[in-house]
Design a protein around this ligand. Sequence first.
Ligand SMILES: Nc1nc2c(c(=O)[nH]1)N[C@H]1C(S)=C(S)[C@@H](COP(=O)(O)OP(=O)(O)OC[C@H]3O[C@@H](n4cnc5c(=O)[nH]c(N)nc54)[C@H](O)[C@@H]3O)O[C@H]1N2
Ligand SMILES: Nc1nc2c(c(=O)[nH]1)N[C@H]1C(S)=C(S)[C@@H](COP(=O)(O)OP(=O)(O)OC[C@H]3O[C@@H](n4cnc5c(=O)[nH]c(N)nc54)[C@H](O)[C@@H]3O)O[C@H]1N2
Ligand SMILES: [Mo]
Length: 769
Amino acid sequence: MKFKTEIKPYKAAAGGWGSLEATTRFVFDSKQVLKNMRNLMRMNKAKGFDCPGCAWGDDNKSTFSFCENGAKAVTWEATRRYVDASFFEKYSVSSLYQQSDYFLEYQGRLTEPLRYNRETDHYEPISWDDAFKLIAKYIKAMDNPDQMELYTSGRASNEASWLYQLFGRMNGSNNFPDCSNMCHEASGTGLKRSIGVGKGTIRLDDFDHADAIFVFGQNPGTNHPRMLHSLRHAADHGAKIVTFNTLRERGLERFADPQKPLEVVTSKAGTISSTYYQPNLGGDMAAIRGMVKALSQSHNELIAAGEKGLFDEVFINAKTEGMEEYLAVVEATDWAQIVQQSGLTEQQIREAAAIYQSAERVICTWAMGITQHKHSVDTVREITNLQLLFGQLGKKGAGLCPVRGHSNVQGNRTMGIDEKPSKAFLDSMAAHFGFEPPRNIGHNTVEALEAMLRNEIKVLIALGGNLAAAAPDSPRTEEALRRCELTVQISTKLNRSHLCPGAVDALILPTIGRTEQDIQASGPQFITVEDSFSMVHASEGVGKPIADTQRSETAIVAGIANAVLGNQKLDWLELAADYNKIRDHIAATIPGFADFNQKCDIKGGFYLGNAAAEFRFNTLNNKAQFSSARLPDSLFPQLGDVEVPFTLQTLRSHDQYNTTIYGLDDRYRGVYGQREVLFMHPDDMAKMGLTAGDDVDIETLWNDGIIRKVFNFKLVSYNIPQGNLAAYYPETNPLVPLSSFGDGSGTPTSKSVPVKITLSEAKPGLRIA
Ligand SMILES: Nc1nc2c(c(=O)[nH]1)N[C@H]1C(S)=C(S)[C@@H](COP(=O)(O)OP(=O)(O)OC[C@H]3O[C@@H](n4cnc5c(=O)[nH]c(N)nc54)[C@H](O)[C@@H]3O)O[C@H]1N2
Ligand SMILES: Nc1nc2c(c(=O)[nH]1)N[C@H]1C(S)=C(S)[C@@H](COP(=O)(O)OP(=O)(O)OC[C@H]3O[C@@H](n4cnc5c(=O)[nH]c(N)nc54)[C@H](O)[C@@H]3O)O[C@H]1N2
Ligand SMILES: [Mo]
């Protein structure tokens, strides 16, 4: 595959023609025009499937509820290309390992179960029954149930993930590492500590009522394109959109709605952000603290003058705890530290505070720019503190909105994919099924990988995802997978994780996807998912699966459970034959799901509710808790006095879905035909005697003596604060140390990696050290 490489700044608005062109190119390229268009038009409708792209909600307003990147996700799944036994006969695992992630997934859909043959280094066909028996053999041979890790990626349905957690717990373990551990864990943890519920408090239509929307550390133009419609709509109605993003992101500046043809034709693109701040990586907590410092000063001045203060004292007194302590910490934080850490001026911060103050109703949204740092839990709680001071909770047009990643990652948690389940959850399982679930805390993703590296884990099962490429410290992560006795990957497409087989055995189990028909013994099935706004809705695939040897995720999980546990406690196969029966059990065990099957008929789905939005705080004393953490002294306390020249964030291009690479362009950032690029401020280049286009090597500064280095990244001049860098994940995952993770969240610090840069000396072709 040869690609034209160039760097060419993008001039147009986000959305608009560029987006339409790219969408149609993807749809038509896949040579399945009719099928694809029909698929797209059914996305996010009452009948049809939920978009596997992201977890944004559905407004049910526009006729074509899809976006460019959702279209890519759908057509990617609907490919007619496939990899079967003859493919694996041709390619050994070692030869495939040399290929790029793009090449691997591009080969098409996995169609039959495969077992790794270590003697020949090739995967070979195995029957479904034999595959299940093999898994059971390994699991039954374990000395204790915690020698197994059950990984989940956030695309799995509620039904499949609920069955999966039940299987794991009946077998005796809470080892449920998942993609959320690498993603929004800090949001869940922080919100739970502050307001008692680890989910966002707003609903989609709140965007129509907000006076100001603060968007922290998020690139919706690429990762949640449908959110641009909500932002654009809000902006059109006069809401102020205030962005905090280290990079200038095109999608947050201007947006033409591709679903409003006139706008596209006339190029009448609307401005999205009324104000755009570019803090240092990890600087948001300091910026918000500065805003509170400014607001608190105005509040005190008003009170001193005998007037009504700014803060919502009725709400604070009745519903919260810890404000005095928090404001004392704010008072004690000086402006010099705030300015130095945030990278913003006092004036900019006061200006942001003034916008906040002028708004009656405020929404704060955030994503990975907030959650993938060492102090992310504290940062999420700082955002919450700000909102609590003004009573911006539980009222129309106001609240907290962590914007989730994978399309059902929030639903997975609701279903119990959680290494630290609540007592209430376990009690409910215990009561309904009459067994004693494990009560210890299980492993998150980083802990699971560490346990594998210590040779403590015999079996790894992955319900989707691509752990080898998604997790940090690639060489160590790959080695971790290789140290399990058996690895089992339940997947749609070939990826790096399949090429890191367990030490003794490895299986690939091919599954049908969300967009495809799922026919079981009782007839066609639908599944359910939950979006970022706690809306649960049904999703029914329309495309015909490419091979009748693929099975649904639910059927695969049931097959494994049946082979391991038998059918005494539960008839797993009967459940997989009729998902209504699974939903009946969910209704009986998970709060909010009463009459689940009946509610699946509701157009647009049903709302699970949010206790905090109704002022019920499931915390100490049933009050929302202000946190009073100090600003961190440094992003890298592990490094002591070592001077860190640059902080690197690892982020997504426009043509990828996590580790799935659709293409090599990043249109809005003006990058074409390449992915190994490093975004840097031109003055930083000048200081180092470098120029745009130079090849550089990037090396992590860490405290364990391990060399972490990637080679030959092309410098791209970019609007980014000095001292900050950006490059794409997963190529830069070798740079993120496994031992560098968030306090209280365990999330790898993918947005703050301490690095140094040198002009490339490596031979072309050398990729990582
Ligand atoms: N098309 C597409 N859609 C996706 C995905 C995908 O890969 N492709 N992935 C899905 C998943 S799993 C997730 S979690 C989401 C991810 O959605 P995002 O969080 O938007 O993903 P990233 O590309 O990691 O972008 C992080 C953004 O935060 C900014 N940023 C980084 N660090 C900081 C910081 O310290 N402060 C501030 N203020 N800004 C910062 C970056 O400049 C960038 O704009 O998207 C989901 N949707
Ligand atoms: N450096 C760095 N690392 C990061 C991040 C970062 O920003 N920087 N982001 C982190 C985040 S937010 C996340 S969520 C994780 C993502 O981690 P994962 O969820 O593990 O990774 P994905 O790339 O989404 O998984 C893609 C694979 O899932 C399989 N797949 C796709 N659809 C289906 C399906 O319907 N069913 C099944 N069973 N399999 C399917 C395909 O085989 C595909 O190869 O990565 C994390 N890693
Ligand atoms: Mo994510």
